[in-house]
Design a protein around this ligand. Structure first.
Ligand SMILES: Cc1cc2nc3c(=O)[nH]c(=O)nc-3n(C[C@H](O)[C@H](O)[C@H](O)COP(=O)(O)OP(=O)(O)OC[C@H]3O[C@@H](n4cnc5c(N)ncnc54)[C@H](O)[C@@H]3O)c2cc1C
Length: 433
């Protein structure tokens, strides 16, 4: 067995000041990129992360557009030197058996950004945090933020519980001009203030685990992500090849279908779905499971409010839609970039109002909306991308743009005018096996 959540060994426990320009809560891709770029703009920034490093996280497959925020962060050479498998393509399988031809990103755009990576998140997120520290951000791990402090309805700091060098804990209140909530699915502010709104059409759950020794395709296809739908689109598997011959294999379906008590435990449901997916079984025939099963559910939501006076949300703390197109890390990094530039603008003007801090969010939401509509179509039983593109070939490039992550491009959403309203097939009919 390998342990994907290794005993954390690294802690950053620096001495802290009483006041920073910005406090970022959470050290995932969104928090790390915000902190890095705010520091690069020349402001003082403290990032508080409750885990010690490296910390385990799901979400290993990147998409090509991730290249650009990583380039701005100065990390492309480090990624090229890393052991993370290169990802050139994605391949879709329908009905558990029908394998489509791989979609190679570089055929669409022959630029090095078309080669991306499958990353072990503990290592990748630590690389991001180390970069933020190099650029001047102060990073404190094992630091649990317990409250946001307000004065006259404006955020003015946080309360946190810090780990000391001697293993004890200290409660601290630290002041700042802007608080950034980058707490991921915990969505600290949105949850606490009842702002979290689940997507009513994406009530999904996932069970995943890691395998060693699974079959890998050869050459350029070795690092491909595979997305395999089971018959009747009742569930789908991801296959994400990682370093050290490990593969992440997860299965997603409606919450009842995956977690209804009558279906048994996570292992039973996972194997039930594997039995319905010969293309995945074939790849796992000689593999050994090397971790326990993990599960998560109801992960598609957004926060009704994205910014307030003195605070803003970024990454999953703002919202998340379904893992099928591997958009989460990209949106976290890109959101961090937008957020850092808005913070710089706000601090320069001495205006930390909600309007100033949230200035990037309408465009960002439009990008998320583009991913979301494609996700909806993926889950609609009576919709076929192949048939749609056959009838509307002029929209193929819009579809590719969204798949690679170019969701902020003007006009990219025109494809949805032609598609009309396409909605996921709902739980009631997906609940039975
Ligand atoms: C099943 C599933 C599969 C996925 N697969 C993919 C994929 O293949 N590719 C992809 O790109 N994305 C994927 N994602 C999404 C991706 O994991 C997230 O979108 C991404 O991690 C978001 O980054 P973030 O920085 O916003 O949050 P996170 O990466 O979750 O980071 C948040 C951090 O905040 C810290 N924190 C939380 N609360 C506090 C607190 N009170 N005080 C201090 N620190 C705190 C946490 O410890 C954590 O480190 C997947 C998601 C799911 C649910």
């Amino acid at each position: 067995m390998i342990e994907p959540n290794p005993a954390s060994t690294t802690n950053y426990l620096p001495e802290l000041e009483a006041m920073y320009d910005v406090i970022v809560v959470g050290g995932g891709p969104a928090g790390a990129s915000t902190a890095a770029l705010v520091a690069e703009h020349g402001h003082t920034v403290l990032l508080l992360e409750r885990a010690a490093l490296p910390r385990f996280h799901v979400g290993e497959s990147l998409i090509p557009e991730t290249y650009w925020p990583l380039k701005r962060l100065g990390l492309i050479d480090r990624l090229k030197e890393s052991a993370f498998p290169r990802k050139f393509s994605v391949q879709f399988v329908s009905e558990g058996v029908k394998e489509s031809a791989p979609f190679y990103f570089d055929r669409y755009n022959p630029h090095e950004s078309s080669v991306t990576w499958q990353v072990e998140r503990g290592e990748f997120d630590q690389m991001l945090l180390e970069r933020a520290a190099e650029l001047g951000a102060v990073i404190h791990t094992s630091a649990h933020v317990t409250d946001v402090v307000f004065e006259n309805d404006t955020a003015k700091g946080v309360k946190c519980r810090l780990l000391n060098e001697d293993g004890g804990r200290t409660e601290r209140e630290i002041k700042c001009s802007i608080v950034v909530d980058a707490t991921g699915q915990s969505a600290f502010i949105a949850s606490r203030w009842g702002q979290r709104e689940a997507d009513p059409l994406l009530k999904k759950g996932t069970i995943w685990t890691y395998w060693r020794g699974a079959h890998r395709d050869s050459g350029k296809d070795e690092g491909a992500t595979l997305i395999m739908q089971t018959p009747g689109k009742k569930s789908w598997f991801w296959y994400i090849p990682l370093q050290d011959d490990v593969v992440s294999v997860g299965c997603t379906g409606s919450m009842n279908y995956m977690f209804g008590r009558e279906h048994g435990d996570a292992e039973a449901v996972y194997h039930r779905e594997l039995d319905r997916c010969p293309a995945m079984q074939k790849r796992l025939m000689k593999a050994e499971r090397c971790t326990d099963f993990f599960s998560t559910k109801d992960f598609s939501y957004y926060s009704r409010q994205g910014a307030g006076d003195g605070w803003m949300l970024v990454g999953d703390a703002f919202g998340f839609i379904d893992p099928v197109y591997s958009s989460g890390v990209y949106l976290g990094l890109k959101g961090g970039e937008f957020a850092a530039d808005a913070i710089h603008d706000a601090l320069q003007r001495g205006d930390v109002s909600a309007a100033r801090l949230g200035q990037w969010q309408p465009l960002y939401k439009q990008g998320i909306e583009n991913f979301k509509k494609l996700v909806y179509a993926f889950y609609a039983e009576d919709f076929s991308f192949g048939m749609f593109l056959k009838a509307n070939p002029q929209y193929k490039s819009n579809m590719v743009d969204i798949l690679v992550g170019d969701v902020f491009k003007p006009g990219v959403g025109d494809i949805f005018d032609a598609m009309g309203i396409v909605e996921p097939t709902m739980e009631a009919d997906a609940a039975s096996v």
